[in-house]
Each structure stands twice: as structure tokens, then as C-alpha cells.
Design a protein around this ligand. Sequence first.
Ligand code: CUA
Length: 171
Amino acid sequence: MVKDPFERTAIFGAGFLMTAFFAAIVISAFGLGIRVPTCVTDIPPFDQPAVVEAAPGQYVVNVVAQMWAFNPREIRIPAGSIVTFNLTSKDVQHGFKILNTNVNLMAIPGVVNRAQARFDQPGEYLIVCHEYCGLGHHAMSAKVIVEPRTAKGPSLPTPRTMASALACWAR
Ligand code: CUA
């Protein structure tokens, strides 16, 4: 039995506050649909890293770095493509340097870094991790494979896209 009126006030006050906070959590979670932030690598597009053709000759690559690999491991594009790299990390800080280009990024958890490059020369461009990230750091790499452009290349503008682009331009 509590005799001290101050103690009783403190107990009821604390009980009221705890009830109010719990109610606020329940209301925000179920009533307002507020969710706690999740990892950037758990939500699109980084839940499925891939090379995406955004427009003829233009590609977007969503890359996830993690110990000790890049995903995707191989980025295949036709020569002359403009490629935008969106980069994030699943665990620790990594580097992302594409040799013989000006692309030089850091992969940071919770952050998306972006760079763009144009690949005119066919060949292989090595991507290396240049930020020490643990035991397998030295083996962490990927590559951009630039394929020679062919007449039937998938990214050449088709007559239809050319026509719609011209129609757009003529307006
Ligand atoms: Cu990843 Cu060093």
C-alpha cells in the first residue's frame, strides 16, 4: 500500500506516460501506417540489382556492393552506350572505380551514389573496390563488358522510336 502522496503521483504519472507512448506506437503503426525505415538494399530497385535499358543506348545499372563482390558482377552493354550507375552497399564501405573511365564512387550503406559514363570503345572495363573492406577486399571486382555495336544490336534506335522521337522534336 502506497502512503506517500508524491510516490502515488509519480507511479500514476509514469503509468499514464507509458500508456500514452504505447498508444502512440500502436496508432502510428496500425492507424497511420507508419513503418520504421528499412535497408535500402531491401527495397526496389536494389533488392534486385540489374542492368536496365532506360532508353535506346541509355542504361541504368543498380549496383549493390557487399563483402566481397559487386552485384551485378558483369555489366554488358553495346558500344556507344551512356550508362548511369546507382551504387549502394549492403554492409560496409566499399569503393567503386571503373578503370579507364572517370567513374570513382564510394558504396556506403544507406546512401545511393550516382555517376554516369559513356562507353565508346568495345572491351572489358575492370571495376575494383578501392576501399579496404576486409579479408576479401583484394578480390572484390566486377567488369563492364562493352560489346561492339552490330546492325542488329538491341540498343540501336528502331524506326519506331526514331519516329516518335522526331514527332516529339517536331512539336
Ligand atoms: Cu569492398 Cu574493398
